[in-house]
Design a protein around this ligand. Sequence first.
Ligand code: AMP
Length: 434
Amino acid sequence: MSKKHTVPRGCADIAPPEIYHWQTLEYALRDVLQAYNYQEIRTPIFEDTELFARSMGQSSDVVMKQMLNLASQRPSEDGHPRLSGLSLRPENTASVVRSYIQQGLDRRESLTKLFYLGPMFRGERPQKGRLRQFHQVGVEAIGPHAQSPFLDAEVVALSADMLQAAGIKEFVININTLGSVEDKENFSGWLRQQLGARLDELDEEDRGRFDRNVFRVLDSKNAATRKVVGSIDMQQFKLSTDSQAYFEQVLKALDRLKITYRVDPTLVRGLDYYTHTVYEITSSALGSQDALGAGGRYNRLVSQLGGPDVGAVGFALGLERILLALNPKDDAVQNGPAVFVIAFDEDSFERAWEATSLLRRAGIRADMAYQVGSVKSLMRQANKSGAAQTVILGKDELARGVVGLKDMASGEQQDVSIGSNDYQQLIEILKERL
Ligand code: AMP
């Protein structure tokens, strides 16, 4: 026997009935995005590897370990990031910013509000809620007018509204500020001092993080590292007055919308591009991978990628994680035809074929049995389809110029004239009933 292929590791087929949960979710999310006036953008699923390395930071975990390079089709094995060629996108922010710069959008509008929805790829070690191909919905608000603290608050509010519209009732918004680029540098120096004295308590990986980018030590999941981090009083580090005032404005804007949040001074996010506001949304309905989404401000990214010096803020939510938290039931899904057409013999079959096609062209969700058979077997098939109405054709009906129309709930059956083969009466009755 020839080899059976299976879906690649860490990937999943999304087939019926599960796909209907995805569609319901996507429609709900799109409605909220539209209300906030974000426009959709679709970028390629791969880009120059260097784009991701420059935007996320060469020393970020994603670039170091998880890039799926098209040439090698493997994440790097030697511990060094692959910086050449093309890579599948591990996230979409870099691509959206690349597109913003390429199109010169800053010359066309003072604020560009874009959203995306699609697959992202990371060479992760797969586990529940962590895949190699997963899906994100996210937004980026970019432009000369993207500097307002109200926009930081807007993206937080938008992500919370999207989760609510999806049906997620409980989630926690953890928020923090990294301050301006200068603040971030000072904070980095201060952290290095605090952690430098206790390096022997960190494992090798976290010592590596300390050397490459000290903020990443704060993201560590290692218990010993977490203990060290937990014992540092982050409040001791003082941001500049301007940055502190900016963050207070963001929080006040959230208070005004009655959005609850928790300020977490250890939240830093592992990517180089963040400045000022950073936030993460978690759900207790998820296991160890408890993040539903995350985002923040990244004022330097556009200019770093060769674009104008404009502000930017955004977030991404994980669709698999939202669906895991929702755990929707398959029996709530309505996906069968509304009308099922059956024929008992070859002559009637051609009529059934024609009738089905006319119903479809009239916008009625119709399907048929593609083989003739006994009344019993065809009715069983009609029942199984879940259709509310069954159209029945046989010699007897043909002779009288009618079709049988059976209401599956009541079991009542009536004759309906086929007219001059246009099935007009049938279409009208069905449109009324459905
Ligand atoms: P990140 O850019 O890593 O903060 O990702 C943003 C969100 O995308 C996370 O909060 C998750 O909901 C989701 N996400 C990230 N990586 C994965 C993954 N490997 N599998 C499933 N969802 C993911």
